[in-house]
Unconditional design. Sequence first.
Length: 352
Amino acid sequence: MTAPPISVIIPAYNAARTIGPCLAALREQAFDKPYEIIVVDDGSTDGTAEIARTAGATVISTPRGRPAAARNAGIRAAQGAIICCTDADCAPQPDWLRELTAPFDDPAIMAAKGAYETRQRALVARFVQLEYEDKYDRLRQQPAIDFIDTYSAAYRRDVLLDNEGFDVRFDYLEDQELSFRLAARGCRMVFRETAVVDHRHSATVRAYLRKKGIIGYWKAQVVRRHPDRAGGDSHTPPVMKVQMLLAMLTLAAVVAGVMGLLLWPGEVVARSLLVWGPAALAALAFVATTLPFVAKAWRKDRPVAVVAPFLLFGRAVALSLGYAWGMLQPRRAITGQPPGKGEGFLPNERST
């Protein structure tokens, strides 16, 4: 039997609620080439594996090892020359496979990145979607990129094998670390905005800020591995770093102001200006940096535009605190070097 030219790999951990719609969407692709679907059950304790098996996917069972190890197990088992990746909580749109694999008609293209959409109506989720669209505006201007997210991604399998796959020492942002490694080794990657998956974004402020804090922590680990990327990448708007600095300056000035009031009680105007002036200036500067995003949001979703400065401030604080924690408490398993040949792959997977 001829091997399918395309393999779709989905890592899944306790994804019984979402894996069904994901696989249904993959089965309904408007795609005229054969493809296989591999679900890597990453130590789930619910019915993820059985649902995936019933839906016709090849299921690989692994011990709990986080997405990097799960994807590596899928890559090892895959038969396709092109590896497509998505997540168990995504539902690819009908033309996803066709659009995501189209760039590989050019033999110089080694990897491609797609995009998110959402049908959620929660205010925070709509804000998150506009966040992504703001980043897509940046990616759209670049003929090649250095940043791929595995919610909608495709790679040449040989490139993944030759470059040790995903580093299993990263619990999070392992796709970003791989992207920087591939870019440093001269691999050409492109943005394919028409390769869209539907996703359920964080819908509450708490969930959103928690996720940003985790991203900040793991971003510190990525930068430790790739210090040249501390200055930026093709995906992240440069203004985010400015916002992080201004947000922390604002908080520091507020703390100093409160301490000043405790040390200098009274209603003296000069003292009030002295203790609160820096906080006000930093806050105004921060608001000024949000205006381009607010203007974009105003054209698309006015309620989001109204709350955007507050959510952007929260994002900046969460990222800053997470990053600081990542610098102060690094993952000691992550050194300055990428994994050696073969070290990234999880052995002894069991196909069922």
